[in-house]
Write a protein that binds this ligand. Structure first.
Ligand SMILES: [Zn+2]
Ligand SMILES: [Zn+2]
Length: 425
């Protein structure tokens, strides 16, 4: 907590170094030239220069400016993930600061909209339940400014120490459920906010989890679900539901792998061995029915929800009500995505990968330019469907429907006013 006493420096060389006293409540801070330079470099996103000053700077980096903001808070507000990392490496206290409205570095990161910045802060121990002077958490502020990815990232964050126990032998086990070498991959896997079944399969692959018996991954997820249900609060209910869903999908993927391997062992169709089981799974997932719906996904999610063991909880009732509603045109996947990520049912105009549902993909089909993908792999997995419509005059693009009015969960003039003040300062 103790901010290092700033070195006292003569400031009278230039008039503007002594700001006109604005508010009696904000005591003026005298900064050393290095401290000023650190703020200055951050404000201009001059990362390599910042690195040089920090290399020479031997004091604590938890000093504050006139607004009570630390360098880390400024870097977070800029959404500058490299500067945030440098300051954390230099020992910045992620929960430090004396901001006049009690904003933490995470509040600032949430306002910046940078998922990377928020993830770095969370991994460094940022408290996501800290509230500002109007009683809002970082996730609530992010929701207010419609940074939905950030909301999902903060709400879905799990400290790695919460899952370390699964890498240890428990009770009568002969070996731990989760091999310790897969702890990091599993941690990343459960914190992914994109819960599209294709993305789940691609992430299992990406994070090396196909090397683990998938039934064990499911067991860990089931245990995490039970554990979170014991804690009984709104966030844990959502997490419990997420673990249930992930576990269910992992099981579906395992069934698919099993089927694929059995078929391969039979040596069916000798020639047709180019496909892998991720592709087989993607084909099940992405196969559209006559009305364009993903029938397998609809059916599987409904079955998954039916198997959720905690029926008395709000999350279950909310999802079931929405799935049953006749006026709700959202797909089952959209409904549970909103339930899990805290987006409360509204849609954005943002583009999605036609294969895995990832937001704002970089690539598009070079032929028709109507559909977008993360990369060639996503395009490859979707081609069996897309080839039927590619290069035709566009009518259906596989994108989500038109944007509905974003209903703001928190709608308070108070927040707006405070944001205005923040921008001004
Ligand atoms: Zn994709
Ligand atoms: Zn195309």
């Amino acid at each position: 907590m103790s901010a290092t006493e700033p070195a006292v420096e003569p400031t009278a060389t230039q008039n503007e170094t002594v700001p006109v006293a604005a508010a009696a409540s904000a005591p003026k801070v005298i900064l050393s030239s290095e401290q000023k330079e650190i703020f200055d470099r951050i404000s201009k996103n001059e990362n390599s220069e910042l690195k040089l000053v920090l290399a020479q700077f031997k004091q604590s980096v938890d000093f504050v400016d006139d607004n009570g903001m630390t360098p880390l808070q400024h870097a977070a507000y800029k959404g500058n993930k490299d500067a945030v990392q440098m300051l954390l490496d230099q020992g910045a206290d992620v929960n430090s600061g004396k901001h006049e409205y009690n904003y933490t570095a995470l509040h600032f990161g949430a306002l910046s909209g940078s998922v990377d910045v928020c993830m770095k802060l969370l991994l460094a121990g940022a408290k996501s339940d800290a509230v500002n002077t109007i009683g809002r958490t970082a996730a609530q502020m992010a929701a207010f400014v419609a940074n939905h990815q950030v909301v999902a990232t903060i709400n879905g964050f799990v400290p790695i120490k919460d899952i370390e126990c699964y890498t240890k032998i428990q009770g009568s086990q002969k070996e731990p459920l989760l091999p310790v070498v897969h702890l990091e991959g599993f941690h990343k896997f459960i914190m992914q906010t994109n819960i599209h079944p294709v993305r789940i399969a691609l992430n299992l692959q990406k994070f090396g989890l196909f090397a683990v018996d998938l039934m064990r991954i499911r067991l860990v997820l089931d245990e995490m679900r039970e554990r979170d249900m014991d804690r009984r609060n709104e966030i844990n209910e959502v997490m419990a539901f997420k673990y249930h869903y992930l576990g269910y999908m992992v099981n579906e993927i395992e069934k698919c792998r099993h089927y694929f391997l059995a078929r391969k062992a039979e040596g069916s169709n000798g020639k047709d061995q180019k496909s892998d089981f991720v592709e087989l799974f993607a084909k099940r997932v992405l196969k559209q029915g006559k009305d364009g719906a993903l029938e397998y996904v609809e059916a599987t999610i409904r079955e998954c929800v039916r198997e959720f063991p905690f029926r008395e909880y709000a999350i279950f009732r909310q999802v079931v009500t929405q799935l049953a509603s006749k006026d709700n045109s959202a797909s089952a996947l959209e409904i549970i995505k909103a339930a899990i990520n805290g987006q409360r049912g509204f849609q954005d105009t943002i583009s999605l990968c036609s294969s895995c549902g990832e937001e704002k993909p970089d690539k598009k089909c070079s032929k028709c330019k109507q559909v977008q993908y993360c990369d060639r792999e996503c395009q490859r997995l979707h081609w069996f469907m897309h080839k039927k419509v590619c290069a035709r005059p566009s009518s259906t693009t596989g994108q989500t429907g038109p944007a509905k009015d974003a209903k703001k969960e928190i709608d308070s003039a108070e927040i707006n006013e405070q944001l205005q003040k923040l921008m001004a300062s």
